[in-house]
Design a protein around this ligand. Sequence first.
Ligand code: SAT
Ligand code: MN
Length: 586
Amino acid sequence: MNKLTSNPKLNRWIEEMAALTRPKNIYLCDGSEEEYKRLAHELVQAGVFVPLQKKPNSFWCHSHPDDVARVEENTFICSKDKEDAGPTNNWKDPAEMRQILQTLFSGCMEGRTMYVIPYCMGPLTSPLSRFGVEITDSPYVVLNMKLMTRMGKEALAHMKEFVPGIHSVGVPLKPHEKDLKWPCNPHNRWIVHFPEDREIWSFGSGYGGNALLGKKCLALRIGSAMGRDEGWLAEHMLILGLTNPEGEKKYIAAAFPSACGKTNLAMLKPTLPGWKIECVGDDIAWMRIGSDGRLYAINPEAGYFGVAPGTSMKTNPNAMLTFTKNAIFTNVALTEDGDVWWEGMDGSAPAGLTSWLGEPYDPASGKPAAHPNSRFTVSAKQCPIYDKEAENPEGVPISAILFGGRRASTLPLIAESFSWAHGVLLGASLSSETTAAAKGEVGKLRHDPFAMLPFCGYNMGDYFAHWLEMGRKTTADKLPHIYSVNWFRKGSDGKFLWPGFGDNSRVLKWIFERTSHKAKATKTAIGYVPDSLDLQGIHVDVKSLFHIDREEWLQEVDGLEEYFQRFGEHFPMELKLELAQLKKRL
Ligand code: SAT
Ligand code: MN
């Protein structure tokens, strides 16, 4: 075989994977616009992509009805020692898993092209960036990776070490067999990580979180294991720049579980006059302590793979303006005149829709036209408020970290931690109602520490300890303040107490001023809460938003005590003490 690249290690791996999967041919992606157009055209020819009349160079497609979300029960962390995967991950012995994978991948690319995608997570020259190579038999994946990462020739030129990741839809093609529109293998899905070997194997799904290996697999699961070993943090966090009316700018990172509004917050249009937000990233942050002792973050991604439903000119105008061109829409509805539509975009469903299933949509069915986890994929550079600093190889200095979930009760709108360790407890205590981003029941409250439950590539107890350790790498005055937020609290009438969206800028303002030691706060049992928020122009039930119900909180602490027991010896003593102190304060 001709050597595909000048990287011997990469060539060896490509040859090994080709021998195993037996593709029809091998193609090295250069990441060019020409390549993007050509592959997209091929998908149009195959009837997989429908070009959108109303959005230049944009496409609509829909998946197999059972390949619409991450599959947590099929996701594995195969560390040598089961203990290292911890109680929150599925584990299998690496040798046993490798045997399973050899069988699964044997001949799995027959009749298909094997695409080789060199990519970089983070700015090409950043010391924080990491390289990966994804081998896939899905052209849909290639196109999404082009939008989501820095991919192709340039990434290959900068690359030394790389994380190998192989992905297959798991449907070999016989000679002359007609391909499926969305080939996948829903009864045989495996999303497998070898954290020690820094390797990813993904089989059977074409869905983003399972198939775009730079995202959750590398940037979070393998990334978190790298971060533990190398002294940095890989987090499920957005990064935003916030500028006050005086022109002073600060950066905030915020962790929320999937489909809890990270993209909306990252691109927020403040309702407060004079305040400005710029977007560095909407899903993932890699953070390390800089030479000045402050915490610096980069966004390893180069695009957004955002939840479409609920996105509108009212809730997130900047997202709407981002995907007006050069975008891929998966599992949304298609309008008669060649545009996209989803629930929560505007009013009721227009006539003549094609549903996410590719069928004429019947509004009387009571079913949504767009899948609740339907997505847009688009380059970050198209965001009207894209922060130029997102390209800064050194990253941006973080002044505040937020932890939030969907909680109908108990948690106030905002509370500030007393210390770094108390902040780590806030992160570890995060619970949220489940969403459509993962297969399974929606709306069920579950513990989701740091919004990393599905994404931590090692023992979550050790992860807590790593966070505490990060706090010891610098002085307290240099560390970001840590907050717990809850936009989703409901009143006794079952309605949301807080308007959210652009009005979240009111909360960000308080945080901004807290980190400048300007805003005042009241000490409560659970943290500092605002003495006053800027609520000019809105009417909210502040008392209910900030009510701390002692009974509810004692129950919360009991629940946490029980949950944390799962981590046994790995659960840090320091957090145990933090929790005990919280109980005492209550
Ligand atoms: O599909 S993704 O895993 O990338 C989105 C999410 O669940 O956070
Ligand atoms: Mn996410």
